[in-house]
Design a protein around this ligand. Structure first.
Ligand code: PGA
Length: 249
């Protein structure tokens, strides 16, 4: 099955109104050169700005997190329906920074994916191992454990409405990228795990790579058979770099 490529920017906790506008305008101006579908996942306060800038363009927008709760007394949380109200297409869930700095367990991440899907958002579900886990030769077990929790929550039917991102924690923001072979091996294993549930869903699942993807390594990574695009942190803040990655897809 031919899968379209997706390149999604994760701005993390960066931005202010004027700089965002310049970046969004530059992305809009350059979108015609993109070979991939494009998306930007911005901080919550800037979703309105992203919507105003990007509505009617080919670039989608989304959030970097979502509450697992539908509504109610959860001070500080943002629910999926609110994100939908801002016409988000995507919500990143389970980013390693959420897992490690905010104590999100596999079960919480799975519940967030479920909440996103129930509101019609597409969760970008992140999985990935730490350096210690890779060096301890438990990468496959860690990824399987993370995926199994998601599968228990949303099943193959939910995965059919999701995107998965493989982000080795040791490659995020470090300048160290997984080699195309290392990434491909994990991507193939993710697809194989999903195929045990449903072969068609597995064949159609977009699996993004994230972790120091840059213009100089994007082409090689995205040429791998199971790498369907990128989740881009640092390089998403520089329009020329992000557009170059989108053009390399
Ligand atoms: P990076 O971040 O591209 O800066 O490594 C990727 C991510 O955390 O999504």
């Amino acid at each position: 099955m031919a899968r379209t490529k997706l390149v999604a920017g994760n701005w993390k906790m960066h931005g202010e109104t004027a700089g965002n506008q310049a970046l969004l305008d530059a992305l809009k101006a350059g979108a015609a050169t993109a070979k991939a579908a494009m998306a930007v996942c911005v901080p919550f306060p800037y979703l309105g700005q992203a919507r105003a800038a990007l509505a009617g363009t080919s670039i989608a927008w989304g959030s970097q997190d979502v509450s697992r709760h539908a509504q109610g007394a959860y001070t500080g949380e943002v629910c999926a329906a609110m994100l939908k109200d801002f016409e988000c297409r995507y919500a990143i869930v389970g980013h390693s920074e959420r897992r490690s700095y905010h104590g999100e367990t596999d079960e919480v991440v799975a519940a967030k994916a479920d909440a996103a899907i129930k509101s019609g958002l597409v969760p970008i579900i992140c999985v990935g191992e730490t350096l210690a886990e890779r060096e301890g030769n438990i990468t496959a077990a860690v990824i399987t454990r993370q995926l199994d929790a998601v599968i228990a929550s949303i099943g193959a039917a939910g995965l059919a409405k999701s995107v998965v991102a493989y982000e080795p924690v040791w490659a995020i923001g470090t300048g160290k990228t997984a080699s195309p072979e290392q990434a491909q091996e994990v991507h193939a294993s993710i697809r194989a795990r999903v195929a045990k549930e449903d072969a068609n869903v597995a064949a159609g699942l977009q699996i993004l790579y994230g972790g120091s993807m840059k213009p100089n390594n994007a082409k090689e990574l995205m040429a791998q058979p199971d790498i369907d695009g990128g989740l881009i942190g640092g390089a998403a803040l520089v329009a020329a770099d992000f557009l170059a990655i989108c053009a390399a897809a």
